[in-house]
Every structure is written in C-alpha cells, then in structure tokens.
Design a binder for this molecule. Sequence first.
Ligand code: IMP
Length: 422
Amino acid sequence: MATTCVVGILWGDEGKGKVIDYLAADTDFVVRFGGGHNAGHTLVLPSGKLVLHLIPSGIVHPHTVNVVGNGVVVDPVHLCSEIDKVRQRGIDIVLGKNLLLSERAHVILEAHRRQDQWAEGLRGSGKIGTTGRGIGPAYADRCARIGLRLGDLLRPERLRAAMQGLALQKNAWFAPSGLAPIDVEAAVRELAAAGDRLRAGIVDAGAVLRAAQKAGKRILLEGAQGCLLDVEHGTYPFVTSSHASTGGAFSGTGLPPHGMRVVGIAKAYATRVGEGPFPTELKDELGDKLRIAGNEFGSTTGRPRRCGWFDTVAVRYSAALAGVDELVLTNLDVLRGFPLRLCTGYLLPDGTRTADLPAFDLDVARPELIDLPGFSEDLRAVRSFDALPANAQAYVQAIEQHTGVPIRTISVGPERHQVILR
Ligand code: IMP
C-alpha cells in the first residue's frame, strides 16, 4: 500500500518522530494532518537532536516533500521561526518545493494563545494542562466559522475583513472578561508579513496529495499527539482539540479513504503529559526512576511526563479505533532493570471488571496487573528479535497476545539505526 498512516497509541510522546524519520527514507511525501506546534517530534540525527513542532519529520530527507495539511492549525509566526531554526541546522527548506502548506489550514492568532491560557486559569484545579499555544481556541473558531485560513494571509482585503469579523465577536467578550481586546491592524500587519514569507509554500495541498496518490507516490501521514488525546475518542475532556486518530488523516489532508496501512506507535511503558485519567500511573519512586531512565520530559513544554505500566486495555482500544495493522514498540531498552507489569483489565468502583476502555469513570478505574520477569541486559546494540534476552522477548509476545496486534518493529535506542525488525 502506497499510503501509510502513523499514529500515537496513547497520549502522545510515543517516539513517532524517530519512526517517521526512519520510514521517511522510503517515502515521497510526509504529511501532518492535525494538531499544531503543541506537538514535539524528536529526531536524533548524526548531527545531534532536532525537535520539530510543526514541520513534518521528513524535512531531513532531501528527496521528501513535506506537507502541512488542512487539518493542522498553524501559528505563522512560530512557523517562520521554526523554518529559520531548521535552516540553521543546515537543512534546506525551499517553500513550494520541499515544504507545502495547505491554504485551508487554520491560523493560530496571538489572541488564541491568550484565550487558551486565560481558560486554563479559570479551570483551576480542573485544568487540562494544555500547552498554552492556542490550539483549542483556534479549532473552536474554525468550528464557529470565524477562523482565518493560511490562504487569507495572501489576500489583503480578505485578511482585514476576516480579522475584523473575528475581532467583532471576540472583543465583545474579551474586554468584559479582562482580556485585552484584539488590535486588528497590528494583527493584520503581523499576519501579512508572515504571509509574505510563507507565500511560495501556500498551495492547494489536498489537490497535490490526491494527484500524488493517483500517481502511485508513497505518502506517509504523520499523526501528532495520540489516539487517547483525540477530541472525540480520547479521554475527554482531557484531550487536545483535533482528531488525532486515523479519522483525522482523511479530513485533515483531503485524501479519500482509499487503502491505507496504519502503524501504531506504542512505548514499552505508558506516559502522559498534562492532566487527565491514567489508570496505570506510577506515583511512586519507581515512576520517578522510569521518568529519569526514559528522559520523560515534554519536548514542547519541558514538563515532566507522568509514567506508568503498559496498558494493554488502552492499547487494544486505540488499535481497534485507529485500524492499526501493526505496532511499533519504542523504548524497550529503557525497561532494563525494571520489574515488568502489564495492565490487562480495570476494576470499577461497583466491583465489576472490564477489559474495555470506558468513556466515563476511567479516573476511578483500578488496573489489574500481571507480573512478568524483567531483564538486566543492555538492549541498545541488539538488532534481531532472537538476540533479545528471553524475558524481553516474552514481554513483547505478551503485549501482542493481550492487544491482538502484531509488533513488527522494536526500537531499542533514540538513534535511527537502533531498531529491530521482525
Ligand atoms: P493542547 O493540545 O495544548 O490543547 O493540550 C491538551 C492536552 O494535550 C494537554 O494534556 C497536553 O499536554 C496534551 N498534548 C498536546 N500535544 C501533545 C503532544 O504532542 N504530546 C503529548 N501531549 C500533548
């Protein structure tokens, strides 16, 4: 199948950057379909670490066309500075050639960022723990039909009219809410300047992708965040505001639902940044130890990630939802010296047991855990499944058995070549 979609299986940070970088070597197009610069995709290149937030991870491969799809929300000012930073690393970016931006992608404004942080403040102890980058308000304005699209940045009259329309609605409640009103002229100036810089890249990306698919080009759809952060299917309301599961890959690119291979990325243990239910969370010293061993600190906000046991219930749910054909298991090397446990069901407060992810009450679900023997060997130089310690093999096989999804690829280190293919 020429089109592959890569999605995170839990709450993001599964190591998608590395997997996409690896797969992009054999790909013509790499396409982001959702989220914004709340994402942080880490690549470990021969020249060192590179964290991408908005630019697709294929940018490091000279032959790859990278597309920011219509489902992405774009902060144009951030994008300009991310392009500069990537160029400073010696990576060539030619807008219109190896970086295309959908003219339909919605724009994150400075006002969205302020609104995001203001709303989090109001939520108090019920806060979501957003990245504060304006993602939710930008998607909300898209649905409210007052948003701006990247194509507007190239059309001065439309840009001013759209900004005026948006400000009319928002300023009606910004001022009474203690938020500074939007300065339309200042926003127009800033957006037009960013539009000028990005002009050559702003195209009808959906049309380009449909033509590429028809021509048999290899397309890699790069999911951001993870299935459990999906606005509809995730752990609502502790989710992001986009369709992070496979469904978003169609609406967020304009590609039709033709055959697609879906690869799910799951870490060998579970992590979550921000608030929300996490049944297998380790709130003790072991959790702290795992955070250090796996360097589990957010690549966008630097926040410590919450760590816990691998949850086969959640992974099975997401794999079914996303239509996952195979899993990539990342960070297996990190579990060296740790006890190994898998969650295989939840106990609910009324005493019932479930092996399905509930839409409600996940916050009060208690995990049912099984123990497996651990391993003490360093896995980073292992390149074949048979060469893995028997206990590491048994752990992988137990995950396959409980999730029902084959694991074809295992990552045993941050670098490109630290991969086991089965
Ligand atoms: P927002 O996307 O900034 O609105 O944040 C909503 C929730 O999604 C918060 O819990 C964030 O920590 C989480 N989140 C957003 N993007 C990512 C990501 O790329 N990785 C992990 N968590 C994320």
